[in-house]
Design a protein. Sequence first.
Length: 523
Amino acid sequence: MSKTRRVVQIIFLALFLFFLFMDWPLYKKEVPSDLFLNFDPLAMGAAAISDRYWNHDFGLAFITLLATVLLGRVFCGWACPMGTTIDLTESALFKKRKSKEQKKELQWLKYFFLAAVFICALIGINLSFYLDPIPLITRIYTIVFYPLLMGLADLFVHGLNPVFEKLDITSLKYLELKPPFYRQVFLTLGIFLSIIGLSSISPRFFCRNLCPLGALLGICSRFSLLAKHVSPECTNCRTCERVCPTGAVENKTWKDHEPECIKCFVCQDRCPEDAIKYSFKGKSLRDTGTDLGKRRLILAGFLGLGAGVMGRQSADLKNRPNNLIRPPGAPPETEFLARCTRCGDCVKVCPTYVIQSQGLEQGMPGVFAPRMDMRLAGCDQECRACGHVCPTDALRGLDLEEKKHAKLGTAAIDQARCLVYAWDKECLVCDEICPYNAIVFRTVSGKRVPVVIPSRCNGCGYCETACPVLGESAIRVSPAGEIRLREGSYKEEALSRGIDLSAKDSYDDRLDNPGKTPENEFQ
């Protein structure tokens, strides 16, 4: 049975990676890259509770809960990509580890974290992404392994260039696989190495002690129909207790602690007397209790409340950095942070890699949330992929016209750094690259200088990317004037604010009042 389970695990992991690595816009309809996230009841539930928003995709998460009620924690043992990754890594690194009695003193921690996550969600702060395995492993594969894979593929293609040239295969000869650059890669790698390193203490240390999704499914599995049965042939050899990867077998009673059992059937396969069977019939040998304790529950409550209060303060818009730009289609900031699972799907699918993972600049609630780094690249105005891969509508799926009017912010020129203003040089880069003709040259104090027209600026960031000034750009996009809606039309809202993105040839052609100048346009 263990061999069958391993095959199923690898199939699910292969599907997960296929959906994740093939999720560019061309494949959106055929490849549901957010499928595993939609099956995650903790990620979907925490986002819904935090934002008071019932996502229509929660039905898939309900299937996971129903399967757990009927069969136990089969998702953890058979389908979870995090669990499979840990199992495969343990097989490679700790294969010679001797089976021994595993300590179980820390199993209550995952219930502690689960309680804290839901208490935070009730007061509007979503912190599930820190330990929820599906967003976590999605982020790890996106930020760490995808660039590594693309880098190796690029080296492989370049290494075979002489062969392609000799065979005159033009499509491969000039193929360029640019490995993406993602911020927070070392932080993400550190988290992954910590998870694997903890497995040296005990098998599946993360799953048995830290995983809040496992705790949620464990609570739902207390009375599952599939249960353990031990025949009289049992010789009390304690093999089942030693080999159980999650410490579910109770000492001396050989009962399964049902909330901990992931239905891996390792104990059944390794039993020397063939005394263990799992079936839907007969009197089961199991304990259905969840040992969290009143003191620990109260402590989890205080932890959740404390984290929620600090999170609210960190997420206060007054504390928001001036260069923090969200991707198009993001709702208002507090709702965005509540919905976002930090899975990294939008980071992965962005063709220009302008979407990056956020660091600690906004405090605890903002870590790993997607942000736009306009110095790296601009937002492709013909792309709408990020909103269509988001599993919780933290980024709304918009058509191209709506996305164009989802104003990201407004560019502003730093005259102290601009080559034209500060150094009296000729530079037309920002004017020439702007797709909306929002930057024009006007005579100010007898000198022709670039001026940003706020009502024509989409905030796409191409000007900031292309600015030739070394280091920080002389023209930067800030959140000023951004349009972020929970619902409704971005185009209608933009037009109501007088925003014109028709990219006419000149600023003066647009003016109803020829005397109006860029300097007083905000007035």
